[in-house]
Design a protein around this ligand. Structure first.
Ligand SMILES: [Zn+2]
Length: 223
């Protein structure tokens, strides 16, 4: 193995930025993800009551999360708090919940954290900054958490009625009682029938072991 493996053709780039209107106050985050083939996607979200640092961390976590495990990633941020904590081991006095998540996502990939000067003309940093500000404004206006990620891709179509097995009688009785948009599915984790809410496109029930399987699978990752 040669040392100093440089970012090469198979590298993903994440431009992560956070923004907060007041500290604390309504905040937003955004991550512009550039795939090895050059195509890019932006994901973003917001929180009605948060801090700038929490939004910077969230941008990095969510940006990494959609990249396949094992991939090489360069994550660029204008937050010294984020980059120096990760590269120089700055002491973590606050936001331990988010550092735990960031450590986990970074550990799953080969990530290099790079600090970039904010508002220095890097177009993708500017794009992340603008989207994070817009996301903060949405959180301020609606007073709600919001998240705009990648479309969830179903690995398998919902089970047909014939596949429910021991849950069959229950499912037959339940079907007429479903609300608009609800459906009965067979969980890809435990195999039991469950009710999926309107707009829910996943194939796992809400039990913790099944959600763990769902979150480990690659279905929400960038295509
Ligand atoms: Zn399940």
């Amino acid at each position: 193995m040669s040392g100093g493996a440089a970012a090469g053709a198979q590298t993903y780039y994440v431009y992560a930025d956070g923004s907060c209107l007041g500290n604390p106050g309504p905040g937003g985050w955004a991550a512009v993800i550039v795939k090895p083939d050059g195509a890019s996607r932006t994901i973003y979200g917001g929180d009605p009551s948060t801090t700038n640092n929490r939004m910077e961390l969230t941008a990095a976590i969510e940006g990494l999360r959609v990249i396949p495990a094992g991939a090489r990633v360069v994550l660029r941020s204008d937050s010294q708090y984020l980059v120096k904590t990760m590269t120089l081991g700055w002491k973590r006095n606050m936001n331990s919940d988010l550092w735990l998540k960031l450590d986990h996502e970074a550990g799953e990939r080969k990530v290099r954290f790079e600090w970039v000067e904010g508002h220095a003309g890097d177009p993708l940093n500017e794009q992340a900054d603008q989207q994070a500000r817009a996301a903060a404004a949405i959180a301020g206006k609606t007073g709600r958490l919001h998240y705009h990620g990648l479309p969830i891709v179903d690995e398998e179509p919902p089970a047909s009625a014939a596949e429910f097995g021991e849950d069959d009688a229950t499912v037959r009785e339940l079907r007429p009682l479903l609300g608009a948009g609800e459906s009965v599915r067979k969980c890809g984790g435990c195999g039991r029938a469950f009710v999926a809410a309107a707009g829910h496109s996943g194939r796992y029930c809400q039990l913790a072991p099944c959600q763990l399987k769902a979150r480990r699978s690659a279905r929400q990752r960038i295509k």
